[in-house]
Design a protein around this ligand. Structure first.
Ligand SMILES: Nc1nc2c(ncn2[C@@H]2O[C@H](COP(=O)(O)OP(=O)(O)OP(=O)(O)O)[C@@H](O)[C@H]2O)c(=O)[nH]1
Ligand SMILES: C[S@@+](CC[C@H](N)C(=O)[O-])C[C@H]1O[C@@H](n2cnc3c(N)ncnc32)[C@H](O)[C@@H]1O
Ligand code: SF4
Ligand code: SF4
Length: 336
């Protein structure tokens, strides 16, 4: 296995997140679209998207640089008809996962597994059709639940449910935690609402309150190496001694809390790729986009080395805290 590249802050790059499209059939009120703004627009395939061959060539280079995991995302990655082919052609050395809104999983989940998909995260912000409709601007609640069932049936358990915690969803957190504790094959990922790219800071809620509550009810707590994320195991205390964290009665709840969190950024080892084929060192930045040119293998290699060498932690380096406790751009990077 090749040795991963390391950036100037000692962070090994072991994962890539590839946005396959910025099209989407939802219009979630909070959507950061992986840092690229609005998903609204035509739903048909667009000329600006990387071709199947481009994506595969990129993944081959990443694998040569020791990257061992890829996450396909978007927009809605399942709007790509060639998704199965991309997954089939992903290097075997990589763990292959996808984050999706779930609507297209019915009828396709098995094909994705056959193609080599290892894991899936499905966004589900509430167990309430009305709240779901208000957040996603879609009426596809039942379709998403069916999508989750199909993913479990196709062998993708544990399926991670992604829930953004913000003003509209705070009241549904407890119900979602119970839901994953009571149902085998599900895990929950509570994502702190990130206002950096969407505006609306008034929707923030204090994620520390969720940590505190989970610490009280959890039977076990772990730290994940990536981002130093906390994982809480909740449910039947007797199940705590069970060998598998997915044992019946024990649900795993992971918190993704990147906002103003320099520990999170200090443990961030993933490079991003936009649907148009630009490399990006950080979700929150658009001033570090790097073209891969015509996407030949040598050009991709060169751009990959450059993006890694230019990566900096967003909180703690790109943004620094001033005397008043406010985060401001480190002047080193202004106009960089
Ligand atoms: N700022 C920031 N946010 C992140 C990062 N990784 C994940 N997130 C947030 O968490 C959301 C969900 O991430 P996913 O792509 O579903 O999965 P993941 O948690 O990153 O990865 P797995 O746990 O391996 O499936 C992202 O869309 C972001 O909002 C990161 O590196 N930086
Ligand atoms: C941009 S979506 C793309 C994949 C797919 N369309 C989906 O919704 O799962 C990836 C993840 O980002 C999360 N997300 C989007 N905007 C966010 C924000 N402002 N803060 C935190 N998470 C956000 C979504 O909930 C989703 O889980
Ligand atoms: S489904 Fe995903 S990409 Fe689409 S609007 Fe919602 S969060 Fe954004
Ligand atoms: S540096 Fe921080 S904000 Fe940027 S992608 Fe990594 S964890 Fe997210």
């Amino acid at each position: 296995m090749p040795t991963p590249l390391v950036d100037d802050f000692g962070r090994e790059v072991t994962g890539v997140r590839v946005s396959l499209t910025d099209r989407c059939n939802f219009d979630c009120v909070y959507c950061h679209n992986e840092g690229l703004g609005d998903t609204r627009g035509p739903m048909d395939p667009q000329d600006d998207e990387m071709s199947t061959d481009d994506v595969v060539r990129f993944l081959e280079v990443a694998a040569d640089f020791g990257v061992d995991a890829v996450k396909f995302t978007g927009g809605e990655p399942m709007l790509r008809d060639d998704l199965e082919e991309i997954i089939r052609r992903t290097p075997d050395s990589m763990e292959t996962s996808m984050t999706t809104n779930g609507t297209f999983l019915p009828g396709r989940a098995e094909d994705l597994v056959d193609a080599g998909l290892d894991r899936v995260n499905v966004s589900q912000d509430a167990l309430d059709p009305e709240a779901f409709a208000e957040i996603t601007k879609s009426g596809a609640y039942e379709q998403v639940l069916e999508g989750v069932r199909c993913a479990v049936d196709a062998g993708l358990a544990p399926v991670k449910l992604n829930m953004v915690v913000f003003e509209h969803t705070a009241g549904y957190v407890e119900g979602m935690v119970e839901h994953v504790a009571e149902n085998d094959g599900l895990q929950l990922q509570l994502i702190e609402y990130m206002p950096e790219l969407t505006g609306r800071p008034e929707w923030n809620i204090d994620i520390q309150r969720v940590h505190d509550w989970l610490s009280e009810i959890a039977v076990r707590v772990e730290h994940r190496e990536m981002h130093d994320r906390k994982r809480y195991y909740v449910g039947d205390a007797d199940a705590a001694s069970a060998a598998s964290p997915d044992a019946a009665g024990l649900g795993m709840v992971e918190i993704v809390d990147p906002v103003e969190n320099d520990d999170f950024c200090a443990n961030c080892g993933r490079v991003r790729v936009t649907h148009e084929g630009y490399l990006k060192g950080c979700l929150n930045r658009n001033d570090d986009l790097k073209s891969m040119g015509e996407m030949t293998t040598p050009e991709i290699r060169e751009a990959f080395r450059e993006v890694v060498s230019d990566r900096v932690p967003y909180y703690g380096e790109y943004l620094v805290e001033n005397d008043r406790g406010e985060w401001e751009i480190n002047e080193e990077y202004i106009g960089a």
